[in-house]
Design a protein around this ligand. Structure first.
Ligand code: ZN
Length: 317
C-alpha cells in the first residue's frame, strides 16, 4: 500500500456562523477558502478555512449548528486540533489571543514542542504548536490576513483522540492506515504516518473511567486523511474494511472524493482525495467569497440563500 501522507482536513461543529468566521478569519487569520452548505443539511453552512490556496492538510472546516447543545466530553472523540506555527512565534500568538479575549491556557511542552492550548469561541479545544517540520510543508501565505506572513498558521499539525481503551484503535491505525508508534509521554501515546512530521501524527489517551463523549458545538466531527488519488482511496477503503471498519461508498464532495468510517473507538474518520481541490469551481483570487452549491442544489439556490444567515468577512473589508 502506498503510504498515507497525513491529515487532509479536520471538520468540527461550531455555534453561530458569523462568530466562527470572526474567530478563524479575524482572530487566527486563516483564509475562508470555501463557503458552501452541508450537503446532507443544506440549511447549514459548511465553512472551510485554510492557507491562501487551500492546500490539502491546511484545512479546518465547520458545520455551524448553533441549535445544538455543547458537546459532552468523553471517550470516542477527537478532543483537540493542533495547528502548526513557526518556532519562535508563540509569544506573538499568546499576546494576540489574550488581547482578543480568547481563552488561553498555560504553555506546555509536548514531545519537545512548545504548545499553546486555547479554546475557540464555541469551546472547541485547539492548540498552536511551534513546529519546525511545518516549515517544509507546502504553504501559501494569505496576503489579506491580519496576521504577518511569518506568524501565519501553516496547516494542521495533529489531533488528540480520547479512547475508552487504546488497543483496538492502535491496532487499527497500524494495520488499516499504516501508523507506527512514535513515543509516549504523560499518558499520551503519539502515533505517526511516514516520518511523523507536521500533519502526520495523532496523540491518543485512554480514559476508561470517562463517559462516552457526544457531538455538539465545540466538538470535532471527523478527521480526514489524505489520499493521493482515487486508486489509493479504493485500496485504503478495502484495507480498513478488512480491519473491521464499515466504510461508506465513495461520495463526491466536489472538491474531493470521500469515504467515511468509524475507527474501533468510535471516532469518525474520512479518506479524502487531494484533488481536484478548491479551485475547481472558483477563481483562486476570489475563493470563499460567493456561496458555492453542489450542482444538484443549484435549483434551490434562492431558498437556500434566504434561509442562511448573512456572513461578513471583516478581514476582506
Ligand atoms: Zn470531511
Amino acid at each position: 500500500m502506498q503510504p498515507i501522507s497525513g491529515l487532509h482536513h479536520i471538520t468540527a461543529i461550531a455555534g453561530p456562523a458569523q462568530e466562527n468566521l470572526d474567530f478563524y478569519a479575524g482572530v487566527l487569520g486563516m483564509r475562508l477558502v470555501k463557503k458552501s452548505v452541508n450537503q446532507d443539511d443544506p440549511g447549514t453552512y459548511h465553512l472551510f478555512y485554510a492557507d491562501a490556496e487551500g492546500h490539502p492538510g491546511t484545512d479546518l472546516t465547520f458545520f455551524p449548528w448553533a441549535q445544538l447543545a455543547p458537546h459532552r466530553e468523553g471517550y470516542g472523540l477527537s478532543t483537540e486540533v493542533s495547528l502548526a506555527i513557526r518556532p519562535g512565534s508563540l509569544a506573538f500568538w499568546s499576546d494576540r489571543l489574550k488581547r482578543a479575549g480568547v481563552q488561553v491556557f498555560e504553555v506546555e511542552t509536548r514531545f519537545d514542542q512548545r504548545v499553546l492550548p486555547l479554546a475557540d469561541s464555541h469551546g472547541l479545544r485547539l492548540s498552536l504548536t511551534e513546529s519546525e517540520s511545518s516549515l517544509g510543508r507546502p504553504f501559501t501565505p494569505w496576503e489579506r490576513s491580519p496576521i504577518p506572513v511569518e506568524n501565519q498558521i501553516r496547516g494542521l499539525e495533529s489531533a488528540r483522540l480520547v479512547e475508552r481503551e487504546l488497543e483496538p484503535t492502535v491496532s487499527f491505525l497500524g494495520a488499516g492506515l499504516g501508523f507506527r508508534k512514535i513515543g509516549e509521554e504523560e499518558g499520551w501515546s503519539r502515533y505517526g504516518l511516514g516520518e511523523g512530521k507536521s500533519g502526520q501524527y495523532v496523540d491518543l489517551r485512554a480514559q476508561p473511567a470517562a463517559r462516552r463523549g457526544a457531538w455538539g458545538t465545540g466538538s470535532v466531527h471527523h478527521l480526514a486523511w489524505r489520499m493521493l488519488d482515487e486508486s489509493q482511496q479504493m485500496e485504503v477503503r478495502q484495507r480498513v474494511a478488512q480491519e473491521g471498519a464499515q466504510p461508506t461508498p465513495v461520495i463526491d464532495r466536489f472538491w474531493f472524493k470521500s469515504v467515511y468510517f468509524r475507527e474501533p473507538g468510535g471516532v469518525l474518520f474520512e479518506l479524502a482525495t487531494d484533488g481536484p481541490g478548491f479551485s475547481v469551481d472558483e477563481k483562486p483570487a476570489t475563493l470563499g467569497e460567493a456561496l458555492v452549491l453542489p450542482p444538484w442544489l443549484e435549483a434551490e439556490r434562492g431558498a437556500i440563500e434566504a434561509a442562511l444567515p448573512e456572513l461578513r468577512d471583516a478581514s476582506l473589508a
